[in-house]
Each structure stands twice: as structure tokens, then as C-alpha cells.
Design a protein around this ligand. Structure first.
Ligand code: F0G
Length: 458
């Protein structure tokens, strides 16, 4: 008998209390945080959907691994386990452990980047773009055109536009393109999956022009699930083998282990080229740590090695993707525009559509982020003109191409009733939407302004 209810495939062994709050209290917390939920304290939040990064619940097996962590400075057993696991998964001979994804980005992109260089991606994640631009290089996003239609059934809206890739390489000259970065799944592009077909085409183009092909692979297990479900040649192929095939197409991989390695901290840079690895290792030792721990404790490396196995378990992956879909489908059935089909780790709401009375200069995404918190104590993040907007020479906003709000689901943390609560909050969001006013930025830094900017209500 096949039952239609899909249950969380785990029991809960340790619990962490949630502090409840009233709407009135939250109004005050929000004012104190300058309308930027990054500046809230976690105990002021009821359901934290700010990120799926570093927020996973670890398994009893991972906690047991933590106790086995070998904290030797050099040559630790935990490093051997970590290296073996990452090597087996990626097939890459040179593995550099880092404290998180952006450390690996800084090491690689500061070395191969610099003024006059171009990086091309389906969509650069914000820290990826920041590291590239900080080096003086230029980051260009070329998501596939199919991704622009939020409602079509196209299964791989995270793809890169390969025709455009060829065009840009011709335009800039292959020597000036430092790397092509494929982000799987495409986080800033709606958490949408990338097909193996797309990865194969990109790999071929990179080989032809001798350009480094980097996989930004922090959600590669989730991406493999979509390939398994939606790309017919991969039906029945184990998820891990699908991931291994994708790695085999690339020259390098950067992973923030805080996502699909099911841990709270960690990352790595994996490379095929010996000479590139030698140059990056120099930087690793200067800024992260010795080669056999990088920025990580032995216990972190143990937990990552175990998490990279657990994440490919079929029951886990099925639960993961289907529970994210559950949230997305329910919100959508209330008439809220989301990026559809639902991606792997998050639901992305189109705030521009929801608040269609609000000009982009008033940051509709940030307004929805504040409303979700005020009404329901739900913390989310804007992915729109706060995160990616810039200014022209006269200080006028150049808006981002989309005004989204991301509801990211931590792995193995919330149960279905938590998610049902979030769904219910959207009834009130819908009921009150016409009265919502936007925000104005009162203080902002030069890079990654969404983290620390202050706002006030208009
Ligand atoms: N690449 C992608 C696609 C990411 O989603 C992230 C982080 C990184 C790189 C950087 O990794 O945080 O370990 O330094 N994404 C988090 C998020 C922060 O909320 O989506 P990190």
C-alpha cells in the first residue's frame, strides 16, 4: 500500500524551544532592527526561513562523528575521512578545506580574477559576485530565457543560456574569461535546477575555449533529485552517481557545506589542476589554515563526511523536495505568485506582483519581508533591489531584474505544522496587501548591502 502522506523520515531527539511573541512586540523588534530582519535576534523569530545555510539539524550519526573528531594540527584522521569523501564525490584530486563557501570563492577568484577579467554564470550568488567584483573583475549573469516565465512548466529554469555564453566568449575573447560558474541549484535564480544536458553543453564550450569550468555545488544533491525526476535518461540512476557525473564535467568545484553537507559550518574548494591547486594552497595556508584542516575543526570535517553520505539517501531527498513543494503549492493556491515549479531549498515569492501598487524604488521585497515578520514572526530574505540594486550617476536606483522574497527551508528542522502556520500567515498577507507601504534606505554599506542596511517606513 502506497500512502499519500509523506512523513519526515526522522524522529526528533533533541529539541530547541521557540520563543513566541505578539504582533505588538514584533513591531517594536522590527523598529529596533531598522526594518532589516538580519539585525533581529534569533529569539525574536518564530519561524526562521532566512536561510537554509548552516541551519540544518545534524543526525545522531553526525553528532557521534563530532566526538570522534581528531583535532591534530596536521594529518588528522578526520581530514583523511573528509578528503576521501570529497574526493570520491567530486572525482577531483586536490581538495582544500575552508571554513565556508565564500572562503573558497575568495581563494580561487582572487587568484584567477582581477581587472579586465570576466566571470560568466547562470546566476552568481551574492558572495560569489562580491568576491569577483572585489578582485576588480566583472561578473555577468546569463540565466536561460525559460527561467524568466515564472509560470511555465519548464523543468530546468536554473539553466545557463549557452548561446549567450558562446556569444560572450567571442565578445570578450577567451583569454579574458577567467571562469564559467554553474550554480546548482541556481539559488539567486529562484532555487531552480540545472539539467545535466545544460552542464554537458557548458563543459564542451569551456573545453573548446580552454576556460575553467567551476561548479558552485552547495545544493548538488537537491539538483540531482530534479535530474532524476525530470531528465529521462537519469530515471533510476542513484542520486549520488548523478552528482558524480556532473562533477566529472567540471574543472573545479566550490561547496558551501552549510547546505547539502547537512552541517552548520564548512566548505571546500576541489580542483583538477595541480598548478592551480598549488597557488590556491598558498592562499589557504595564509588565510584559512594548514592544508589538512583549512578553516575547519576535525569534528566539522567528520560531520561533513557523514552529511555528504546522508544527503543522498533517497528517503531524505524525497522528503526534502516534496516538503518544499508543499509550501510553494499551498501559497500558490492562495493566488500568490511564486517562481514555479518550486525549487529545492526555498519558495520564492514575487513581491512586485503581490504589491503591484508599490514602485520598485520603495523596495516591495523588503516590505514583504517586514510584513511576514510583523504578522507571523517569520524571518525571510529579500532577493531583489535591496540585494542587487545599484545606482546610476545621479543616485537613481537601477532596479534588480526581479523583486523576490525567499522562504528558505532549513534541512530536517521544521515539521509540517510549522509549515502549515507559514501558509496560514499568507492569508493575512493577502488580506492586508493593499495597505502596505514601502521602505526607504537610511544607511547602507558599499558591498552586500542587504546584510547591514537600515530602513525606515515610508
Ligand atoms: N554559493 C551559493 C550558491 C550559495 O547559496 C552560498 C550561500 C554561497 C555560495 C556562499 O557560501 O555562505 O558558506 O560562504 N548561500 C547562503 C544563502 C548564505 O542563504 O543562500 P557560504
Amino acid at each position: 500500500m502506497q500512502f499519500k502522506t509523506i512523513i519526515e523520515p526522522f524522529r526528533i531527539k533533541t529539541v530547541e524551544p521557540i520563543t513566541m511573541s505578539t504582533e505588538q512586540e514584533r513591531e517594536q523588534f522590527l523598529t529596533n532592527a531598522h526594518y532589516n530582519p538580519f539585525l533581529l535576534k534569533s529569539e525574536q523569530v518564530i519561524i526562521d526561513l532566512l536561510t537554509d545555510s548552516g541551519t540544518s539539524a545534524m543526525s545522531s550519526n553526525q553528532w557521534a562523528g563530532m566526538m570522534r573528531g581528531d583535532e591534530s594540527y596536521a594529518g588528522a584522521r578526520s581530514w583523511d575521512r573528509f578528503e576521501k569523501e570529497v574526493h570520491d564525490l567530486t572525482g577531483m584530486p586536490h581538495i582544500l578545506p575552508t571554513h565556508q563557501g565564500r572562503a573558497a570563492e575568495r581563494i580561487l577568484y582572487s587568484h584567477i580574477g582581477g581587472k579586465g577579467k570576466y566571470f560568466i554564470s547562470n546566476t552568481h550568488f551574492d558572495t560569489t559576485r562580491a568576491n569577483i567584483e572585489y578582485s576588480g573583475a566583472t561578473a555577468i549573469d546569463i540565466p536561460a530565457l525559460e527561467g524568466k516565465d515564472y509560470n511555465s512548466d519548464f523543468p530546468f529554469k536554473g539553466n545557463m543560456d549557452v548561446a549567450k555564453l558562446e556569444e560572450l566568449i567571442k565578445q570578450y575573447g577567451e583569454r579574458h574569461v577567467a571562469a564559467v560558474i554553474l550554480t546548482v541549484t541556481n539559488n539567486s535564480g529562484g532555487g531552480q535546477p540545472v539539467s545535466m544536458q545544460n552542464a554537458k553543453e557548458i563543459s564542451k564550450i569551456c573545453k573548446k575555449h580552454d576556460i575553467l569550468f567551476v561548479l558552485d555545488c552547495c545544493r548538488i544533491a537537491e539538483n540531482s533529485y530534479f535530474i532524476h525526476e525530470k531528465e529521462k535518461e537519469y530515471k533510476g540512476v542513484p542520486f549520488r552517481e548523478i552528482a558524480q557525473e556532473m562533477f566529472s564535467l567540471a574543472d573545479a568545484a566550490i561547496m558551501s557545506a552549510k547546505k547539502d553537507a547537512l552541517v552548520n559550518m564548512g566548505g571546500f574548494l576541489a580542483l583538477r589542476s595541480k598548478s592551480l591547486s598549488e597557488a590556491c594552497t598558498q592562499m589557504l595556508i595564509i588565510t584559512e589554515g594548514f592544508t589538512t584542516y583549512g578553516g575547519l575543526s576535525g569534528r566539522d570535517m567528520e560531520a561533513i563526511a557523514i552529511g555528504l553520505q546522508e544527503v543522498f539517501e533517497p528517503d531524505y531527498l524525497k522528503y526534502r523536495i516534496i516538503s518544499t513543494q508543499y509550501l510553494g503549492e499551498k501559497i500558490r493556491s492562495k493566488g500568490v505568485q511564486i517562481i514555479y515549479p518550486v525549487g529545492g531549498h526555498a519558495v520564492y515569492v514575487d513581491a512586485k506582483k503581490l504589491y503591484d501598487h508599490m514602485p520598485v524604488e520603495h523596495y516591495p521585497g523588503q516590505a514583504l519581508v517586514c510584513e511576514l515578520y510583523r504578522i507571523g514572526g517569520i524571518r525571510t530574505v529579500e532577493i531583489g533591489s535591496v540585494m542587487f540594486g545599484t545606482y546610476d550617476g545621479h543616485g537613481e536606483l537601477i532596479a534588480a531584474p526581479m523583486e523576490l522574497v525567499r522562504l528558505a527551508i532549513p534541512r530536517r528542522v521544521y515539521t509540517q505544522s510549522h509549515i502549515d502556520y507559514v501558509i496560514e500567515v499568507f492569508d493575512e498577507i493577502n488580506r492586508t496587501k493593499k495597505n502596505v507601504k514601502g521602505l526607504r534606505i537610511t544607511k547602507e554599506p558599499k558591498f552586500l548591502r542587504h546584510f547591514t542596511s537600515h530602513f525606515e517606513r515610508l
